[in-house]
Design a protein around this ligand. Structure first.
Ligand code: SAM
Length: 271
């Protein structure tokens, strides 16, 4: 349980009247990246150093499964994306970052991908970390988390880490899987680069609606690509009868996130 009112005071509310201005400002003021946002899709094993916190990670990706179009499931999770690198680094090392995690929190990530950077790094900052994704991603995700948390084991105490299936299109099963590891409601939900496909947006928002309790908060880091997808996400959250949308102002982001990303905070309406 945590009280997020101090954080929320530093954020900007996005409501029905400000959607158009908000989206216009994002696309006119934030320098868009001239790339798709993946870290490196030329090899299966990559080394990543978070730019500011200087944490080193070795990640195994699967280029074969990335290009395997035979399945109906998403394959984007088979490689690592910049937004989770930049978001985690900002959370850890920016003096401007208004989000202060504490070791009592349970943190769940939606759409962790195989890299699992958020759960790996936050395992030393919170009580319980839960990495989630679709079933086909989980084996490599688990192995990357194990490899990278083991590598840093000497310096920090680890929290409990679980890896579970949570498909946004089957929220009931996801919530069942969560309950089966003893969690009703995480304190914090994090999602990096999960808003890129209009079809998935209602399912993703429904997942947030189910996961968030009265005292929890979600942080969603999005790379700015096409404005139509972005506007749909913003509009759908703002119009949701259960959710409130805030954005982190540019002044509180670091240089990497200001250049082509946006960070949202979403909480439940107190009715
Ligand atoms: C662009 S990747 C980002 C992965 C990771 N967060 C990162 O930053 O490297 C999008 C992620 O969303 C996941 N995803 C897509 N559709 C999903 C669904 N219906 N349910 C759960 N996860 C989904 C993908 O498997 C993938 O891991």
């Amino acid at each position: 349980m945590s009280n997020w009112s101090g954080l929320i005071r530093q954020l900007e509310l996005v409501d029905e009247d400000s959607i158009d201005d908000h989206v216009f400002e994002l696309y006119s003021e934030r320098q868009l990246q001239n790339n798709l946002g993946y870290f490196d899709r030329s090899k299966n094993t990559i080394s990543i150093t978070l730019p500011h916190s200087q944490i080193d990670l070795t990640i195994t990706q699967s280029l074969t499964q990335l290009s395997n179009q035979s399945s109906n499931s998403s394959s984007t999770g088979f490689i690592c994306w910049q937004s989770s690198i930049f978001f985690t680094d900002w959370l850890l090392s920016s003096s401007n970052c208004p989000i202060k995690l504490n070791p009592e929190l349970t943190v769940l990530e939606l759409g962790s991908g195989v890299a699992g950077i958020v759960p790996t790094i936050l395992s030393s900052k919170s009580k319980h970390v839960i990495a989630t994704d679709q079933k086909h991603i989980l084996k490599l995700l688990k192995s990357n988390i194990e490899e990278n948390t083991y590598a840093s084991m000497t310096t920090t105490t680890k929290s409990r880490i679980d890896v579970i299936e949570f498909d946004w299109e089957d929220v009931d099963s996801g919530m069942f899987n969560l309950k089966s590891i003893g969690v009703e409601t995480p304190d914090v939900v994090i999602a990096c680069d999960t808003i890129y496909n209009e079809y998935l947006i209602p399912y993703f928002i429904n997942s947030l609606r189910n996961l968030l309790g009265d005292q929890s908060i979600a942080f969603v880091c999005v790379q700015l690509r096409d404005s139509i997808t972005m506007e749909k996400f913003v509009t759908d959250v703002v119009n949701d009868e259960m959710l409130i949308l805030y954005t982190v102002p540019s002044s509180l982001l670091n240089e990497e996130l200001r250049n082509g990303y946006v960070v949202y905070c979403i909480v439940k309406k107190i009715i």
